[in-house]
Design a protein around this ligand. Sequence first.
Ligand SMILES: [Zn+2]
Ligand SMILES: [Zn+2]
Length: 291
Amino acid sequence: MGGWNVRLWGVRGSVPAPGSATRRHGGNTSCVTVRTAEGHWLVLDAGTGIRAFGEELLATTPPNDGRTPLELTLLLTHVHWDHVQGLPFFAPLYDPRLRLTFGVAAAVEPTVRASLQRQMCPPSFPVRLDALRSTIAFLPVADAGTRVHDATVRPIEAHHPDGAVGWRLDDVDGTRLLAFLPDNEIDEAHGRHGLRTRWVEMLRGVRLLLHDATYLPADAPRHRGWGHSAWDEAVRLAVEARVERLVLFHHHPDRSDAAVDRIVDEARALAASLGSPLRILAAAEGLVLHV
Ligand SMILES: [Zn+2]
Ligand SMILES: [Zn+2]
């Protein structure tokens, strides 16, 4: 028995990109939910994708079903807009049953908390984060990780402007089920010395890795220092770390469905040419994966 369900609600990077060209992979920004084996909810990021998750959560948990409270842990990678902009529109925030814990890397917890409070506050938004009917708490998570129900969650330092982390989620047996690095520039020449080695260690053997694949290889050199990776860099890192499955995530807002399909074909060919059994797919809204 066991296993976790992972669902993708927003896979786009930088800014929502709705429209006919992005219909299949989706236009909402970063949000992924995890339902653990024991049925607990972990949410990764609060981009615009979190709005639809909130609606489904309330629809499947009607007010009088006796199942209170609604408990969620929201693990934030950072507070760039595309990772938090859905939060004010996450309907459970206004439901007194919700007990929401923000899991934030310990080193940046005060900064992140202040930034969220500034975002949800007049004149940017009419309702204050600290005046909601739901119960909100902040959980600073140290590098060694912390236990959240039947998961252990660990921040992974990313290379990204203003600082960001990824998250690794292990089950009770210590199996590395999932890692999430939506915004991470792998490039070694410009990355902080030693980070790549640490990523390989942290990601070694992970069942499912969702990683930044914003750029095409040809575009990456012109965007060094912007904090994102080309898809081939994500493939090489996943191969080196012997990840089982790689989900190319944080699609560029200009990237059409057809262009994403071509990337997946090329990424699979690259993994095969490296002699790796790595499985690769593209992030898409509504995609459900089991780990
Ligand atoms: Zn982003
Ligand atoms: Zn970012």
